[in-house]
Ligand binder design. Structure first.
Ligand code: UD1
Ligand code: CA
Length: 465
């Protein structure tokens, strides 16, 4: 097989985004824009993947530090042709290279590996293959001009185009495949002779043809897939495409999506079959959802493992947690980082849980705060139970052993331990450990005064006279 190298162009200023964040780092479905391009390129079995970046691209480097991407710096950004030359230099720096080089604009996040593969297959004996599409609105893109035989004769950028050229519908998608040697030769003779004063990668076409080489067009039938992102309007449009694609993939794998229009599932999130997603569900990156789960409306889950047969009722938020099989959450529960809800346990209405393990089959049904707690199996947490975990300086742990029963409206002042099978009376403020199987009550004793209401009324009447 011919060796393949990939160069992804991401050093442009992206001024049309009007953002302090580099354009290609804007997230789409939980992944930076250029991360989608890198992922597609990664499926091609390339020898090298070079990312061409600007000198102030620290966030970009950080985002892909653990990937196999090689960075090439373009300083200053003098156009796509110059960026491609920087990428080529990085390939050459790794040793004598040959074969094919695929160049992809970093701002086309919807591109799919299958399309790139078909383009590579069509290249045959050409020196260069240029990907084209016919979008609904070609505004902004470079137009392809074919000669009478249908061969590509020129590419005209929007900024340099005449009214006649602008009327042409076939555009440059910003994806190119070259024989490495042909590209090396062509790049060395590119000049910035256009209205923008940039070195255009697209000018390689004329150079290759002048040198007697052959350039092909590979026309792709789905313009949406090649939608470039230059503005936030296009950012939203591409995210919508990626979102629909992800949901269709899930639905075909056996997930019911009741309202695809309002459901957001990040790329890389897995959902098991026969799970049902109601409207307004958002599943963020780093999440896995098991089979036969039901996620009711307006649930958001991020960076969390959810096992099979879990029910999450309306309006629940879960972050950085683990939810074991058969657990029930919500409605309106909030699970903060470090919540671990064991098999069959339940976290109910308006309950907040943080850095807490809730043991197998245990229940916290209503209006509670459980923070920094280690709660055993079969525990019942009464309504309004609060772990007082913070003394203003440090966080402290509350331990509640297996089978304990915590009466309603209890404050557990940590550090404190409630023993196995112990009871805590409702309304207690517990500051000392309660031993196994004991009862702890800590509240004012009730006083009953018989006939008090009558006496109270008589005394009041006398005062008024
Ligand atoms: C480019 C093409 C145009 C095509 C369109 C498809 C050129 C001259 N024009 O135009 O024909 O229709 O893409 O979307 O190539 N970049 C660098 N360094 C630079 C300039 C750009 O790395 O000096 C990167 C950008 O980060 C971006 C990509 O190259 O990812 C394309 O640059 P952009 O300025 O968006 O080009 P377009 O005007 O969209
Ligand atoms: Ca662009």
């Amino acid at each position: 097989m011919v060796p393949l190298h990939v160069v992804i162009l991401a050093a442009g200023e992206g001024t049309r985004m009007r953002s302090d964040t580099p354009k290609v780092l804007h997230p789409l479905l939980g992944r930076p824009m250029v991360g989608h391009v890198i992922a597609a390129a990664g499926e091609l079995g390339a020898e090298t993947i070079v990312l061409v970046v600007s000198p102030n691209a620290d966030p970009l480097r950080a985002a892909f530090a653990r990937s196999r991407v090689v960075f090439a710096v373009q300083d200053p950004p003098r156009g796509t042709g110059d960026a491609a030359a920087c990428g080529l230099a990085a390939i050459d720096a790794a040793g004598p290279a040959e074969g094919l080089v695929l160049i992809i604009n970093g701002d086309c996040p919807c591109i799919q590996a299958a399309t790139l593969r078909r383009m590579i297959d069509s290249h045959a004996d050409a020196d260069g293959t240029f990907l084209s599409v016919v979008p609904k609105d070609p505004t902004g893109a470079g137009r392809f001009i074919r000669d009478t035989d249908g061969n590509l004769s020129r590419i005209v950028e929007e900024a340099d185009a005449s009214g006649e050229d602008k009327a042409l519908g076939e555009v440059n998608a910003g994806v190119y495949l070259f024989n490495l040697s042909s590209l090396r030769q062509a790049l060395s003779s590119l000049r910035p002779d256009n209205l923008q004063g940039e070195i255009y990668l697209t000018d390689t076409l004329e150079v290759i043809q002048r040198q007697g080489g052959g350039v092909r067009i590979y026309q792709h039938d789905d313009p949406d897939e090649l939608q470039g992102v230059n503005t936030r309007v296009e950012l939203a449009r591409t995210e919508e495409l990626l979102r629909r694609r992800k949901l269709e993939e899930l639905m075909l794998a056996g997930v019911t999506v009741r309202d695809p229009g309002s459901t957001f599932v990040d790329v890389g999130v897995s959902v098991g079959n026969d799970t049902v997603l109601y409207s307004g569900v958002t599943l963020e990156a780093g999440t896995t959802i098991g089979s036969r789960c039901t996620l009711y409306p307006n649930v958001r889950i991020a960076r969390t493992r959810v096992d099979d047969e879990v029910t999450v009722l309306d309006g629940t938020v879960v972050e950085d947690s683990v939810i074991e099989r058969g657990a029930r959450l919500g409605p309106y529960a909030r699970l903060r980082p470090g919540a671990h809800i064991c098999e069959g346990a339940a976290v109910g209405n308006f309950v907040e849980v943080k850095a807490t393990r809730l043991g197998k089959g245990s229940k916290a049904g209503h209006l509670s705060y459980l923070g920094n707690a280690d709660i055993g199996a079969g525990v019942n947490i009464g309504a309004g139970t609060i772990t007082c975990n913070y003394d203003g300086v440090d966080k402290h742990t509350t331990v509640i052993a297996d089978g304990a029963f915590i009466g309603s409206n209890t404050a557990l002042v940590a550090p404190v331990r409630i023993g196995a099978g112990a009871y805590v009376g409702a309304g207690s403020t517990i500051t000392k450990d309660v031993p196994d199987r004991a009862l702890g009550v800590a509240r004012g004793r009730q006083v009953v005064k018989e006939g008090w209401a009558e006496q109270h009324a008589t005394a009041a009447r006398k005062r008024r006279r």
